[in-house]
Structures are given as structure tokens and as C-alpha cells.
Design a protein around this ligand. Structure first.
Ligand code: ADP
Ligand code: MG
Length: 688
């Protein structure tokens, strides 16, 4: 007897659903794409319980006739392609004809639809792939698709759904993407009865970005316009180097209007920022690639979020070049040949992606200062940035930052606080000693702070040039262990005595000290980070946060995705001393910040927490979320490297770090103390 059999349609649909329907957001993606393909001018998305209980998409598109409404749920039923040739040049978002069949096989679905010609609308009800009812109904032109109880008949899949917060985050992100891709369409997103996003029809991408992200974000964007006529057009916006993100969450990538995830494009984007942004720091970008249909294969994965470019390396080059050119136009890097309207440079055509980048390399060692200086100048004419760490001058709406800074604090560790203050003061004395410093002073001071901060991000021991080296030397990704590494070792806690005396500071970043066993090198930033981390964790445990009030609350516009994250982390942030208020819509106010945290870092930290608490972590236990916030706080508040310290401060740091829960490692797992033993020193001099 034959053992092979053809699967039933229902089973085939459920199998397809495994790929198409990963989570509520992937259902929303298919439905929103269908609405856009149907020529909708308005798309309204409503969700409940993270889309698991309810997901409704209402559009005013073409609608379907009664026959089509039933047929639409058949597997491989599509109105968008009909021949093999069509497959080679897909210009709609959908084309596989399997989305509705897949969704209907794993949920309870109701479709209401009406075309302009039909007098009467149609209602189709399907549950777990079974057609329940087809009946006349009332509905204006367009389509309403309601999905309830996702995976009600596939318990194994239901288990894999994340928390409501995670799923809401993905849904918000998805709608944000499509709203950006289609400024002409009105989008509304409502979550559990609360309006998360409303964007009326906009003129262009800039206006749409303004509706979604607010004036501050848009004010900092540089226009991208580049590419090569026959290959790819690159347009959109990218952020000035001041805008620094700790994740790639704020990068929105589209190919022919389709939102995609693509490592190649993402990497090319980062490469465009080489020498102006250190590793591990991401720009925000809205990047639209328009590629001739035959140059790109969108039929790579059922979810259609991956694409394959025929000439991938050349696309990457074009992206990097366009970014570079945008940065050059704004004066952030030295001008490069852009090939917007000409031919690509020859080496670009011939070389592969990796060697092509060499041809575009910019000598960086002497451009950096110039770049920084230009960055400073142009920052004067631009408005302040939410996540800029380096905004030199109090912007009109950021005055209170500095007021907050001077607010008296009742702190059991006044030293810790004054360390944070002093790092600013120390830098100030290097530039100007006047209390009313000029713009130039501010700029110079800021450049110094920027250097210090960039170095601390790059985490390189070579503090002066770490920013440049980290991003430019091809080997910088590898830890630079030299021959001395066997000499200086990480320290075991058990071997630490309280008898540690500081001798001085190396590179204004590392404390040199001695103890009974030899010489110690202490990373001042991570040592302070460990001290503060423990303090914040204690604070959180005792529920007695230490705050400093800002005289005037600082307001802050959240993106829709951030607003979703905010609801989730507000209580946690308040446990550490933040006091936050939700004003209208997506605007929040910071009324108080944690003690120790320089008020100028308050916004940055908030952005960082909202962005790095990424989707999956959101689903994690509260405890690990708290640890992450405490670690971010500690890092932001800790004394930076490249900061001179007095002997008393060094001693204070050493004494305090010894009493922490883990004196030898920082909250991110890096070593705090290295030791060179007397024995090794004797050995080194061949005296044993
Ligand atoms: P695909 O989008 O790949 O064609 P789907 O399963 O998503 O496949 O949809 C099947 C068909 O149903 C589409 O080709 C389209 O004709 C029709 N359809 C789906 N959603 C809508 C809608 N919102 N408005 C009008 N027609 C729609
Ligand atoms: Mg579709």
C-alpha cells in the first residue's frame, strides 16, 4: 500500500501558517499589506491583548465581491499575479495568495467587504479553516478584517506567543513602518482602547516622520538622496552624528515600499558612519531603496521580510555612499565623490563589497578634530536632540537640565555625586574658568566631553583615539591582547585586602594602586559603575528611591513604539528615582531623576532604556529588566574615563568598590581590577 498521501487543504494551510503567521504582528502585516494593495486611503488597526484576543484592520480600499470574498480564503488564491512573468516583476506587496488562507486556518476570522459597484456588502465567517457562514451585510466600500483568538486550535503555537507587551511592541512597530512607507495613507492604531498612533494623510515622508516622531527628531534628520540610475535609488533620512542609539530599533528599511530586515543594508548604513560614530552606536534612519523589480527577488520567504538583491555588493556600496554624501553635505565628514547623477567610481563597479570600501575610505586621523568641530558648529543651528549626549548649550526646552544639576541632594554618598559634577567642572577648567562661558567655550568643553564619552563607549584602553581606531582598524573587533596580558591578570575577590593605596592615574582613566601582592590597575569608570549598580539595586529593594527634582519638568516626545515600551518600564524607572508623568498623547514629562545621575543624562538614559529593552527582553522576568535598568543607570552616572581624579577620590572609589557585591567585575561583565604580582615583576626582570 502506498504510504505517501496528499495533505488536506486544511493541514496544508496550517503548515503554511507556521511560516506566515508567526505572531499577531505578522497577521497585521499581511492585512495592512492587503489594504495598501487594495488602494486604501485610510487604514485603521485595533488590537486587544497584544493582538491575541482581537486584531481588526479596517480599510476604505477596493473591497471584494461576494465571490471573491469567499475565494480569497482559498490557498493560492490571489488577484495580484497570474503568470510566471508576473513573478519576475512584482509590484504589489502581496502575491503568494496564501495569507488569508493561513490566518483563517489558525484563528476565528470575520471578513466584511463591499466594492463600489455592489449595493450590498458580504460577511464571511471562518473558524480554524472551516467556513461557517457567508451572508449579506452592511458595510461601506472597503474591507474590515477581524481576527479573534489567534492559535485557538493550535495550543503548541499559542505557547510560543510572548507577553502582551512584547506583542504590542511588535504590532506598533509594524504599523509605524507602514505609516512611514505610505505618507499619503491615513493610519490609526488603537491598543486596548487607547490611541497609540494617528497620522492623517501627509504630503511627504518628512511630514509623516514629524507626525510620528515629533519635531525634535525630524529637526535632526539629514536628507538622503543617492544611488545609481540603473541600479538603485536611495532616499530617505538619516540622523546627524549627534543622535546616538544603543540599538538599531530606530532604523526603518524599505525596498520598493516593502519593509524588510536586511543585514547587508544595515551594515552598509553603519559603514556610512565610519569615523563619525563608534562601534555599538547606531544612527536612526528611514531608508527607502527603489530597485528595478527584476533586480530584486522578494519571493525568498513566505513572510516576505527578506529580499535577495541580484547585485548585493553594489547595492551596499550605493547605500554607504548615499549616507556618506548626506553626512558630507551637512559638513560632518569631508566631501566624497557621490555618484548620484554620474557613474559609480570604477573601483566600485569592479570590486566586491569589502574591497570597495577601501576605495571610499577617508583618512581619519586628522579629520576627526575637524569633523568634531564642524559637528559643533552645525549643532548650533539645529535644534536639540532627544538622545544627544553632547548637546553643549541648554536648548530653550532643556534649560532645566542644568537647574536640576545644581539641585541640592540628600545623599548618603555625596562623593559619588560630586564625582559626577566634577567631571564637568574638570573639563571646564581646561577651557575657560569664567562662570559665564561663551558659546565657543561650551563647544570646546563639549568636544572634550564627547571625546571622553566616545572613548568610554568604545571601551578601548587607547583612550585618545579610540573613537577613530575602533571604527577604522579592521582588527579592532578583536580584543587587543599584547604580550603584557599574561602579566596583568584579572583579580580574584578572595585575594583583595582593604590595604589598597592609590599611587596615581594612568591616562586619566585608570587608577594605579598597590596592595600586598603587587600592582593594581583599576578602571575608574567600571569601578564606579559597580558601586552605583549595587547602590541602585539596594535602592530598588528597599523601595526608597533617591531623587533629585527638576525645577521645571522636562518634556519628551516618545515614538509610538517607545510609548508602548514606556507603559512597561515606567514603574521600574520610578523605583530608581525617576518621576515620570504621561502628558497628552505620547508626550511625557520628567519631573525628577535618580540621585547621582547628572540631569543632562536623564533623557539619554530614558531613550536608552526604552530602546534597549528590546522585544524579547520585554518578555523576560522583571528582575532582569531591573538589572538592565540599574546597569544603564550606573553606566550613565559613573565617572567617565579621561577624567582626572584627586587621590582622595581614587581612594574613595577603591574603598567603596571593595564593599560591593562583586568588586572585580562590572555589571556588564568586564573586569574592574587587573593585578601584576610582585612575583611576576621579579620574574619579568629575570631576578628569580
Ligand atoms: P495575496 O495578497 O498574496 O494576493 P492574500 O491571501 O493576502 O493573498 O489575499 C488574497 C486576495 O484577497 C488578494 O489577492 C486580494 O484580491 C483579496 N484581498 C485581500 N484583502 C483585501 C482587502 N483588504 N481589500 C481588497 N481585496 C483584498
Ligand atoms: Mg496579501
Amino acid at each position: 500500500m502506498s504510504r505517501i498521501r496528499v495533505l488536506s487543504d486544511h493541514l496544508a494551510n496550517q503548515i503554511a501558517a507556521g511560516e506566515v503567521v508567526e505572531r499577531p504582528a505578522s497577521v497585521a502585516k499581511e492585512l495592512v499589506e492587503n489594504s495598501i494593495d487594495a488602494g486604501a486611503r485610510r487604514v485603521e488597526v485595533t488590537i486587544e491583548a497584544g493582538g491575541r484576543r482581537l486584531l481588526r484592520v479596517v480599510d476604505d480600499g477596493s473591497g471584494m465581491t461576494r465571490d471573491d470574498a469567499v475565494l480569497a480564503f482559498e490557498r493560492h488564491a490571489t488577484s495580484k499575479i497570474s503568470t510566471t512573468e508576473d513573478l519576475a516583476a512584482i509590484h504589489t506587496l502581496g502575491f503568494r495568495g496564501e495569507a488569508l488562507a493561513s490566518i483563517a486556518s489558525v484563528a476565528r476570522v470575520e471578513l466584511l467587504t463591499c466594492t463600489a459597484e455592489d449595493a450590498e456588502a458580504t460577511r464571511v465567517q471562518i473558524e480554524g479553516g472551516r467556513l461557517r457562514d457567508v451572508a449579506p451585510a452592511a458595510h461601506p466600500r472597503g474591507t474590515t478584517f477581524v481576527m479573534r483568538d489567534l492559535f485557538f486550535n493550535v495550543p503548541a503555537r499559542r505557547k510560543f506567543l510572548r507577553s502582551e507587551a512584547t506583542e504590542s511592541f511588535h504590532l506598533t512597530n509594524l504599523v509605524t513602518h507602514y505609516a512611514l512607507a505610505h505618507p499619503e495613507i491615513e493610519f490609526v492604531l488603537t491598543n486596548n482602547g487607547r490611541e497609540i498612533l494617528r497620522a492623517s494623510p501627509a504630503q511627504d515622508l518628512r511630514e509623516r516622520a514629524y507626525q510620528i516622531f515629533g519635531a525634535e527628531f525630524v529637526g535632526n534628520l539629514l536628507a538622503i538622496e543617492g544611488g545609481h540610475p540603473a541600479l538603485v535609488r536611495v532616499r530617505g533620512f538619516t540622523s546627524a552624528p549627534r543622535e546616538r542609539r544603543t540599538s538599531a530599533d530606530a532604523q526603518y528599511l524599505f525596498v520598493n515600499g516593502r519593509f524588510i530586515r536586511d543585514r547587508l543594508v544595515r551594515r552598509a548604513l553603519s559603514e556610512g558612519y565610519r569615523s563619525v560614530l563608534p562601534h555599538g552606536v547606531y544612527p536612526a534612519a528611514l531608508l527607502f531603496l527603489e530597485v528595478p523589480f527584476e533586480e530584486v527577488d522578494v519571493n525568498v520567504h513566505p513572510a516576505k521580510t527578506e529580499v535577495r538583491f541580484r547585485r548585493a555588493a553594489a547595492i551596499a556600496d550605493a547605500v554607504r555612499e548615499s549616507i556618506r554624501a548626506a553626512l558630507a553635505r551637512a559638513g560632518f565628514v569631508r566631501d566624497v565623490e557621490s555618484y548620484v547623477d554620474g557613474k559609480p567610481p570604477e573601483d566600485l563597479i569592479e570590486d566586491d563589497a569589502s574591497s570597495a570600501s577601501v576605495a571610499l575610505d577617508i583618512p581619519t586621523s586628522n579629520i576627526t578634530n575637524e569633523t568634531l568641530a564642524r559637528d559643533e558648529q552645525s549643532s548650533d543651528s539645529l535644534s536639540s536632540s532627544a538622545s544627544s549626549s553632547f548637546n553643549p548649550r541648554p536648548q530653550p526646552d532643556a534649560q532645566q537640565t542644568h537647574i536640576g544639576f545644581n539641585a541640592p541632594v540628600a545623599d548618603d554618598e555625596p562623593f559619588a555625586y560630586s564625582l559626577a559634577l566634577d567631571k564637568i567642572d574638570d573639563v571646564k577648567t581646561e577651557t575657560a574658568n569664567t562662570p559665564t562661558s561663551t558659546d565657543a567655550d561650551d563647544n570646546a568643553r563639549d568636544a572634550l566631553r564627547r571625546n571622553a564619552y566616545a572613548s568610554s563607549i568604545a571601551q578601548s584602553s587607547d583612550s585618545q583615539t579610540s573613537d577613530v581606531q575602533a571604527s577604522d582598524s579592521p582588527t579592532s573587533a578583536l580584543p587587543q591582547f599584547d604580550s603584557a596580558s599574561h602579566l596583568a591578570r584579572e583579580v580574584e575577590v578572595a585575594t583583595l585586602s582593604s590595604n589598597i593605596r592609590p599611587l596615581g592615574q594612568l591616562d586619566e582613566s585608570f587608577i594605579i594602586a598597590t596592595d600586598d601582592e603587587g600592582l593594581l590597575l583599576i578602571d575608574q569608570h567600571v569601578a564606579h559603575e559597580r558601586i552605583l549598580f549595587d547602590k541602585y539595586r539596594r535602592m530598588e529593594a528597599t523601595r526608597a528611591p533617591d531623587s533629585q527634582n527638576l525645577l521645571l519638568p522636562e518634556t519628551f516626545d516618545l515614538t509610538p513604539a517607545q510609548a508602548t515600551a514606556f507603559d512597561h518600564v515606567q514603574a521600574e524607572l520610578e523605583a530608581y528615582g525617576y518621576r515620570l508623568m504621561r502628558l497628552s498623547g505620547r508626550t511625557i514629562a520628567i519631573a525628577a531623576v535618580p540621585a547621582d545621575l547628572p540631569a543632562s543624562e536623564a533623557r539619554n538614559l530614558l531613550t536608552e532604556v526604552l530602546e534597549t529593552i528590546d522585544a524579547e527582553r520585554r518578555g523576560q522576568a522583571r528582575a532582569s529588566l531591573r538589572d538592565r535598568i540599574a546597569a544603564s543607570l550606573a553606566c550613565r552616572a559613573a565617572v567617565k574615563i579621561n577624567t582626572p581624579l584627586s587621590t582622595e577620590k581614587m581612594q574613595w572609589l577603591i574603598d567603596r568598590v571593595l564593599t560591593t557585591s562583586s568588586p572585580t567585575t562590572c555589571p556588564h561583565g568586564r573586569p574592574v581590577i587587573l593585578r601584576i604580582t610582585v612575583k611576576d615583576i621579579w620574574k619579568g626582570f629575570h631576578r628569580t
